[in-house]
Design a protein around this ligand. Sequence first.
Ligand code: LLP
Length: 429
Amino acid sequence: ADQINHEGHLLIGGVDTTSLAKQYGTPLIAYDTNNIRQQIRNFKKIFDEEQVDYQISYASKAFATIAMYQLINQENIHCDVVSGGEIYTAAQAGFPMGKVSFHGNNKSYEELELALDQNIGCIILDNFHEIELLSQLTDKRGQDIDVMFRVTPGISAHTHEYVMTGQEDSKFGFDINSGQADDAIQQVLATRHLNPIGIHCHIGSQIFATDGFIMAAQKMMALLHHWQVKFDFLAPVVNLGGGFGIQYTDDEKPLQPESFIKAILHEMKRIAAETQMKLPEIWIEPGRSIVGNAGVSLYTVGSRKVIPGVRTYVAVDGGMGDNIRPALYQAKYETVVANKLTHPVTETVSIAGKYCESGDMLAWDQKLPKTEAGDLLAILDTGAYGYSMASNYNRNPRPAVVFCENGTSKLIVKRESLQDLIRQDLPLE
Ligand code: LLP
């Protein structure tokens, strides 16, 4: 998706990254918004071709700002949120709140109230405490709300253990095997205002194979059937979460969304036919696969440390504060020198951040042209869980974010200032 211009500079959304760096400064996160739109349209196309009822719900934790919610709304899909902060941002963006579903394993009373105030589309129930809170709240307000049940299907998708979520030993959701899910639907059916519309599972993130999704589809269809027989209740929606893997490095070969979706749909259709059940409406919640490949992080190269015979460190003006994924998950990225794309590769260097920790590395063993201070280093495919997990560690301001489309750029998040850093601080006296 990334392109090069006649000066040998990296383009994003048709905009020269070196001019972005000049205009907005670095570190900078730049998105190709056409790329985001294409990912969404591609998901839709696959479902449309399969002629099933579906809903695509963008997992906004991957990257959410006012402009992003507006972009998602332009593409006319749903989104899911996981905090009062995401609810608030979506509402401020003018996102139609009826298209929002609310996740979380410990939603607070205040967050549930906010969700109800905003007439949120649906709340994805995670545990018994939440059923109790929400039934109290809705009784008090006399307000109905659609709910889904998050269940743990007992599937381990092969991915980093911190992003595994479908296995039995998980903090999320109602366990199926021990009967928690059955208790949950019974409790909800006994409430006055909770209207169950579906079941949900999410088996993990950055998944490369279809088998986990196929197993999840089987478990979910079995649960639907079981609830129909046992409680005479047929949930109209099955939400299979997100987790579709994307390519970060040359040696990774994730499946395309099409392969995932087709595998899931074929299995669901097969089971529906076999059990003579109506095919439920199928929801997915992709996050990474919508924004991951659309973003690049731009940094200015600064110092260099050469340890003869061991390694060369090239340091940039950002790091774990704007992208914690390498430090937290050993995530791998490809990098390029954005102002020297046509220069010959001459060395292998590792890209260090500027934070005061040895673990603050952004990429290891990158084959790059010779860099010097002032060059523009681009880390590719940082669109998901980069800015959204950013922090002010070491009191570094968080970077700016720009959207680029058809050769023009638009600032969508201002760079934090030094004053922003102390905005909430209070003096001793
Ligand atoms: N639905 C639910 C309920 C989720 O928990 C998640 C991600 C998604 C959807 C979206 O998954 P995706 O399509 O983006 O894989 N910070 C980690 C990823 C954490 C994912 C958490 N849940 C990372 O940077 O790799």
